[in-house]
Design a protein around this ligand. Structure first.
Ligand SMILES: O=C(O)CCC(=O)C(=O)O
Ligand SMILES: [Fe+2]
Length: 355
């Protein structure tokens, strides 16, 4: 259980920000004001006019649908359980969040990197390595790589606005970036009774998450406000949902909070694509806290988190581990225990048995 102070206010909706305003000197101050409000009071926002070409998105949505239509035999050829990097396909029921089974299947990809890990290097370096692409026609790899490349650019540029709206030099957050960002293609099968698509969680994978809700009229995504109410985050065409990850909450000393969210399964199937902007794995908690301490110390931290929000597991914030990389590895092993047992036997028991 976390002792993290504060999450968000009692927001009841999530604002839509127009990134085109960043290029208009007359409109930019308004954009930065809205962004500051969203980051400090909500932890979630939509962005429109984000600059990612619509054909890049439609190609991705199309290939995603082909990938989930593949047979179980084809899917299991690229099984995540065979990857020490936690990259590949995992079927329904193979992931748990908050101790309960999620009802979704997913393919996990990342910026394409070689596996450079050898015995003696930090274990978390093993999170980096090649993706597994299933056999589709047309091939999915160039489509997914192109999407990752566009969102990487968008998310990197977005950090400039984030810094500016928090009264910091434009490149403040860039030096903390990893060379590996992760992308998931997610399919929530239909469910006749209300059930957990993915359970309540805070994103543990980095700075910001950029989420494409790929099923236009299907709901299910919700964020938790301070009053303990679940607020709907409906799919809005031509937008991404952006939310704060746990590392960003740490570096801003809780001024910007990683807001708890979940997905409820619907009677219709739903597709989504979260992109997790990566943080350097060797970032230590001390470095993260000291970096901007003097800047954020003077900020009034926004108080109060709902009881349910405080229950969310959040290892890096609690300071159990020295590095961001180790807390990442722990989170991955706890979610995908088969991979943990197979490739990380030395730490498996310790990681899964602590609360
Ligand atoms: O599917 C969604 O809309 C959100 C998924 C999510 O929150 C996650 O995978 O971290
Ligand atoms: Fe999430």
């Amino acid at each position: 259980m976390t002792t993290t102070p504060g999450s968000t206010t009692s927001f009841t909706s999530v604002p839509i920000l127009d990134l085109a305003q960043a290029n208009d000197p007359a409109a930019k101050p308004n954009l930065l004001k809205q962004l500051r409000f969203a980051l400090t009071e909500i932890g979630f926002l939509y962005i429109k006019n984000h600059g990612v070409p619509s054909e890049i998105i439609s190609d991705l949505v199309h290939t995603m649908s082909n990938m989930f239509d593949l047979s179980q035999v084809e899917k299991s050829r690229v099984a995540l359980e065979n990857s020490p990097h936690f990259l590949g396909y995992s079927g329904e029921g193979s992931e748990t969040t908050g101790g309960r089974t999620d009802n979704r299947e997913q393919y996990e990809f990342a910026t394409e990197l070689e596996d450079r890990w050898t015995e003696g290097m930090p274990l978390y370096e093993r999170l980096k390595g090649p993706c597994q692409y299933p056999a589709t026609s047309p091939p999915s790899q160039p489509i997914i790589e192109s999407y990752i490349s566009h969102i990487t650019t968008l998310s990197t540029n977005f950090l400039t606005l984030v810094a500016q709206c928090l009264d910091l030099p434009p490149l403040t957050f860039h030096s903390y970036l990893s060379n590996q960002h992760r992308l998931k293609l997610v399919h929530y099968p239909p469910s006749s009774t209300p059930s957990q698509g993915v359970g309540p969680h805070k994103d543990s994978s980095g700075w910001f998450t950029f989420l494409l809700q790929a099923s236009p009229s299907i709901g299910g995504l919700q964020a938790l406000n301070k009053a303990g109410q679940w607020i709907d985050i409906p799919a809005i065409p031509d937008t991404f949902v952006v939310n704060i990850g746990q590392a960003f909450e740490v570096i801003t000393h809780g001024v910007c909070k990683a807001t708890t969210h979940r997905v409820l399964s619907q009677t219709a199937e739903r597709y989504s694509v979260p992109f997790f902007q990566g943080v350097r794995l060797d970032l230590t908690k001390r470095e993260a806290l000291d970096g901007l301490r003097t800047h954020f110390e003077t900020w009034e931290s926004r108080g109060g988190e709902s009881a349910e929000g405080r229950e969310i597991d959040s290892a890096f914030l609690q300071g159990r581990y020295d590095t961001w990389g180790e807390s990442q590895l722990r989170t991955k092993i706890r979610s995908h225990r088969g991979v943990g047992r197979k490739f990380y036997a030395d730490v498996y028991e310790r990681y899964v048995n602590e609360d």
